[in-house]
Design a protein around this ligand. Structure first.
Ligand SMILES: [Zn+2]
Ligand SMILES: [Zn+2]
Length: 339
């Protein structure tokens, strides 16, 4: 028994040695290989996870870059319109026309863009370079096409494009009456209209117009508002009530002969662009059958003032509300031939 026991012990001892010795290196190698395999697998899994993470980050930052640039572009027309309003206010405040309204606007807008770009750099770390490249008249005389070149970079993302926006002059002040009559006495204005006092009649007198005195204390709109009564031949409808409403609201009308807004800022009554016109309303009168300068503003404020006949579109308390219109032009255009 003792021997058996011994043998068994020896056998056990031998089998342990057998593992440790001859095949010991082999099993260590297997373990090492397994470990390396596991490590490599871990690295691959980890890399994939990191890559996925990076891709997500990229999508997020690509989206946010796009979002920020869209926001920038959305703000452009507001900034451009602000510049237009400021230029218009300066012309009126200084009573001096702009020598080149498009170039003045470019200067103002480029200055605003520099400020805006700094703001975007500070807030989003996006480098933006932008400037106004053109202002174009359109088929809508109340609206211009402003085009700006925008280039921006953030890391791997960039944007380089010409962005155009529609900018209108609705609700801005019309400086034309002021620029033409400032040298004569009596011009004043409130929130909505000019009151000429003696200024317009003096202006007409110095331009050789007979019956200039019929424009004493005349008035005309200050704020550019587009007439909704289109087609214009309907102004004579309803016994002249449409024209009455148009004049009470001081509306402006599309006109090939009238100056566009940017040319008005330069002190022009007419220009080569498709523009607009409004009317100058003589004060109410009880006299009839008179003739004076045609009351479209592009005729009054031009080098070629031609006559208009009296058109009574409303009568109240023995006083007539009138316009002086040329029989074959403006009377026809506005459907007032029978008045
Ligand atoms: Zn109208
Ligand atoms: Zn023009």
């Amino acid at each position: 028994m003792k021997i058996k026991r011994k043998i068994k012990k020896n056998n056990e001892k031998n089998s342990i040695n057998f593992l440790r010795d001859e095949d010991g290196n082999f099993s260590i190698m297997i373990s090492a290989l397994l470990l390396i395999g596991f490590l490599m697998l871990s690295i691959i899994v980890l890399n994939t996870a990191i890559e996925n993470g990076n891709e997500e980050n990229e999508i997020i930052s690509s989206n946010s870059f796009q979002y920020i640039m869209n926001d920038y572009i959305r703000n452009l027309p507001l900034l451009e319109r602000e510049a237009l309003e400021e230029l218009s206010e300066d012309v009126i405040k200084n009573e001096r026309p702009s020598l080149d309204s498009k170039s003045d606007l470019k200067d103002r807008i480029d200055e605003k863009l520099i400020e805006k770009n700094q703001e975007y750099y500070d807030n989003y770390n996006i480098l933006i370079n932008s400037s106004l490249i053109s202002i174009e008249n359109t088929t809508n005389p109340f609206s211009y096409k402003f085009k700006a070149h925008i280039a921006s970079v953030k890391g791997d993302y960039s944007f380089d494009n010409i962005v155009s926006s529609d900018v209108d002059c609705i609700n801005l002040r019309d400086p034309v009456p002021l620029l033409f009559c400032k040298g004569y006495h009596g011009l004043s204005w409130n929130d909505t209209s000019y009151n000429y006092g003696n200024s317009l009649s003096e202006f007409l007198k110095s331009n050789g117009v007979e019956n200039y005195s019929f424009y004493e204390n005349a008035s005309s709109p200050l704020i550019v508002r587009k007439c909704p009564y289109d087609p214009y031949v309907h102004h004579g409808d309803d016994d002249g009530k449409i024209m009455k409403n148009c004049r009470d609201n001081g509306y402006y009308h599309e006109s090939r002969d009238g100056a566009c807004y940017l040319c008005r800022l330069e002190g022009k009554g007419g220009c080569e662009h498709y523009g607009f016109e409004t009317f100058i309303n003589p004060k109410r009168t009880n006299e009839t059958g008179r003739v004076s300068a045609c009351g479209s503003d592009h005729v009054i404020f031009s080098d070629d003032i031609y006559p208009g006949v009296e058109v009574i579109y409303n009568s109240e308390d023995g006083l007539n509300e009138i316009l002086y219109l040329d029989p074959h032009g403006h009377k026809v255009k506005y459907g007032m031939s029978d008045f």
